[in-house]
Write a protein that binds this ligand. Structure first.
Ligand code: ATP
Ligand code: LTN
Length: 330
């Protein structure tokens, strides 16, 4: 049985990029394997964040997970900090990734560049270690993520290979990332040269935006010279981004989307993209609000933490034993 694991950080309001690149697809794995989806709240602490904002984002994310169609009977949904094995395994694994390789991580370079040296926390630097712990604790072989997280799954593979070579092939399971053919990197609507990102919002569509705001944002998205609706990332990044959003929500290929919009003017094209986004987000938002109001996410998170901890505990013991920590219970 394959094990699938992924997580999202509760660092801010979720964007359409998070939805298309990650969230929307998690439920697709429920039929084919054992799925673990968590809220990476310890990772959210790697940049300064207001405590109440973090707590609210955590509740929101739990409700978004459920609203996206994740079924707690099939998927284990939990908060990272409620399963202490993540932090415990992190303490061991941090000895097997090295300063040089960690300092080459794109995410670290981008996020630390915005801070003064004296404000860069160790957690931001060591981020991939904790992420590796998240993945290997559940013996996950498949990790669905957006493009920006591929490097972190790759460094997890390096770490797994390193440990297995040293302590035996069965110590940890080697994970693979899984990115979507369409929509692995949704760009800002106001500047299609940068990623739509929740912690540095610029031209973002938020999953909580009112529908009239969503429409307005799409109608005023940056477009490119010319008047043809064509996919050309280099010369038409704005149009290409909107085509990607459309194709991924309609679950069709870029070529099919292009064919559909042949002969369209930019204005009519944008209107149709907006219709598709609204059709997807409106019912999703209603489900989210209902779950948030009735707090049905709470028992799900409690049950999820219990189930996750049972599995994580077994892996932690296996690693502790492999590296030579004495088990005083036996
Ligand atoms: P932050 O701004 O705090 O770094 P983020 O918006 O990049 O956050 P994450 O929590 O890092 O979001 O990512 C959650 C998931 O969403 C990851 O799998 C990530 O790859 C994916 N993702 C994030 N932004 C995009 C995007 N613009 N397009 C496609 N996928 C994305
Ligand atoms: N780094 C990821 C969140 C994350 C994650 C994970 C994703 C933390 N641990 C383990 C997949 C598997 C992010 O920023 N989206």
């Amino acid at each position: 049985m394959t094990r699938i694991l992924s997580g999202i950080k509760p660092t801010g309001n979720l964007t359409l990029g998070n939805y298309i690149g990650a969230l929307k697809h998690f439920k697709d794995f429920q039929e084919s394997g054992e799925v673990f989806i968590f809220i990476a709240d310890l990772h959210a602490l790697t940049l300064p964040i207001d405590p109440e904002f973090l707590r609210q984002n955590t509740r929101d994310l739990a409700a978004f997970y459920l609203a996206s169609g994740l079924d707690p009977k099939k998927t284990t949904i939990f908060v990272q900090s409620s399963v202490p094995e993540h932090a415990e395994l992190n303490a061991i694994l941090q000895n097997y990734l090295y300063m040089g390789e960690l300092s080459r991580m794109t995410q670290f370079k981008e996020k630390s560049a915005k801070l003064k040296d004296s404000a860069i926390g160790l957690g931001l630097f060591a981020y991939p270690v904790l992420m590796a712990a998240d993945i290997v604790l559940y013996d996950a072989d498949t990790v669905p993520v957006g493009e920006d997280q591929v490097q972190h799954v790759e460094i997890t593979r390096d770490l797994v290979n390193r440990l297995n070579k040293r302590y035996g092939e069965k110590t940890l399971v080697l994970p693979n990332y899984k990115i979507n053919k369409v929509g692995a990197r949704i760009m800002s609507l106001s500047d299609p040269s940068v990623k739509m990102s929740k912690s540095d919002p610029k031209g973002d569509i938020f999953l909580k935006d009112p529908m009239n705001v969503v429409r307005k944002k799409i109608m005023s998205a940056v477009t490119d010279l010319g008047n043809e609706v064509k996919y050309d990332k280099e010369n038409k990044p704005g149009i290409s981004n909107l085509l990607t959003i459309y194709a991924s929500l309609k679950e069709i290929s870029i070529e099919e989307a292009e064919a559909h919009f042949q002969g369209y003017r930019y204005g009519d094209f944008k209107k149709e993209v907006a219709d598709v986004v609204v059709a997807e987000l409106e019912p999703f938002q209603q489900r989210y609000q209902q779950i948030l109001d009735d707090q049905s996410y709470l028992p799900v998170l409690r049950e999820g933490a219990k189930k996750a901890s049972q599995i994580a505990h077994v892996t932690l013991k296996r690693v502790q034993n492999a590296v030579g920590l004495l088990n005083i219970d036996e």
